[in-house]
Design a binder for this molecule. Structure first.
Ligand code: HAM
Length: 420
């Protein structure tokens, strides 16, 4: 026998017996997004590498360490998408979506790729549900996107989550904050990891997000961005907080939340689940008022969030949130003898065309084994068709759980009426 080939490290299969959980989650996400006025956008799985270097930022872990990048046959550098925001903005500009008027509100459910060290809740290919709200500078947009995610958690029945928000300022107030951070970290320079040493001159904010325990410890004493906000940024975060409070959405302010991507400005936020281990962030997002310009567009504000579907399903699992399985087989038609083969095949097809989940055996089993198979399929009803039934033009429909029987003609319409 040939060797078995396994899946690449950090990937997973969604098996046929589990896919209903994903379908349920995706249906709740789609419906909530649509209730809030977001339309679906779909984009390529790979983009030119330049998009992420410019969009996500070359001082981020994602760009520096995690991207799956390769050169295509034409010699161009291609990257498997590590996140969706840059792709949405690229599409917004390339397709002039702003032409139809702002804001543009879209959502996506799409796979992303990051070469991280895999662990529970952290994969190299993972799915995100994300929304992007392009063209609004107002705190009401911040409050809206956060309230959309709060609604999703509510509809899924997910409990024990914490919303943390922060403001990391804008190009106006950031130089002063960066200078304060730089001064602080320079005094601890000898202890920083090599990546953070490089970040010290290029983007000291990134040090606050470093995964090294030593850098994290040092960062605890770092200056707070909230103390360095310009009046406009201060007003923006205060108004956002006021709206969240009025909407009854609980949050805490944590100046340590800076997010791992370079495009953020002003509001940043994360939803954490207390029922997950190390990878407890189920959703992260914020404003990126400079990103559209960075990617070649007119200055246009934007914001959004993304949530890992694997982590959401893990929380639902940990909290025992039941997702009902879709109904399996409605009626199993058992063929008894050669003469029944063709009529059963035809009847099953006709029932399916009428929307009845009908099944039959296609592996040549005997009657007893066929009935066992019907049980395994979870058939609600069964019907045996043999020579006698064919001659009579009717047979009994048996309710598999009560054992009760009713007589029915061998026509798809009558069977449908009897079992639906
Ligand atoms: P992010 O924080 O990199 O943000 O990812 C958002 C969410 O995706 C995380 O909170 C987590 O639930 C999930 N996630 C990230 N990496 C992994 C992984 N390796 N395995 C499993 N799940 C993961 C962004 O991607 C931004 N584009 C979000 C955004 C949209 N900001 C504004 N608009």
């Amino acid at each position: 026998m040939a060797d078995l080939i396994t899946k690449p490290k950090g990937t997973y299969d969604v098996l046929p017996s589990e896919s209903y959980r994903w379908q349920y989650l995706e249906s709740v996400l789609r419906e909530a997004a649509s209730d809030f006025g977001y339309k679906e956008i779909r984009f390529p799985t790979f983009e030119y590498t330049e998009l992420f270097i410019r969009g996500v930022g070359d001082t981020t872990d994602v760009v520096q360490k995690e991207m799956f990048t390769f050169t295509d046959r034409g010699g161009r550098s291609i990257t498997l998408r590590p996140e969706g925001t840059a792709s949405v903005v690229r599409s917004f500009l390339e397709n002039s979506l702003y032409g139809a008027g702002l804001p543009v509100k879209c959502f996506y459910i799409a796979p992303n790729f990051r070469g991280e060290q895999p662990q529970a809740g952290r994969y190299r290919e993972f799915y995100q549900f994300g929304v992007e709200y392009l063209g609004s500078p107002c705190p009401s947009a911040d409050a809206e996107v956060i309230s959309l995610y709060a609604t999703i958690l509510d509809r899924l029945g997910v409990r024990n989550t914490q919303l943390t928000i922060n403001s990391i300022g804008c190009p106006e107030c950031r130089p002063k904050f960066h200078a304060a951070l730089r001064a602080f970290f320079e005094s601890r320079q000898a202890e920083l990891c090599p990546t953070c040493l490089d970040r010290l001159s290029r983007n000291p904010l990134r040090i606050l997000d470093c995964k090294s325990p030593i850098c994290q410890k040092i960062a605890e004493g770092a200056p707070s961005c909230l103390d360095h906000l310009c009046p406009d940024c201060h007003e923006h975060i205060e108004k956002t907080k006021e709206m969240l409070t009025a909407m009854g959405i609980a949050f805490i302010v944590n100046p340590g939340i800076v997010r791992g991507l370079d495009y953020y400005t002003r509001t940043v936020f994360e939803f954490i689940s207390t029922d997950l281990g190390a990878q407890s962030t189920i959703c992260g997002g914020g404003r990126y008022d400079g990103l559209i310009e960075t990617l070649g567009g007119q200055p246009t504000p934007g914001l959004g969030f993304a949530s890992g579907l694997e982590r959401l399903l893990m929380v639902m699992d940990a909290q025992g949130i039941e997702i009902s399985k879709p109904e399996g087989c409605r009626i199993f038609l058992a063929a008894l003898g050669e003469a029944a083969e063709v009529p059963v095949q035809k009847l099953v097809y006709e029932l399916r065309k009428l929307g009845v989940r009908a099944e039959r055996d296609t592996t040549g089993r005997g009657l007893k084994a066929q009935m066992k198979y019907a049980d395994r399929l979870g058939a609600v009803y069964s019907m045996v068709i043999g020579d006698n039934e064919l001659t009579a033009g009717k047979s009994n429909i048996k309710n598999m759980s009560t054992g009760g029987v009713i007589e029915c003609t061998l026509t798809a319409e009558d069977i449908k009426n009897a079992v639906m």
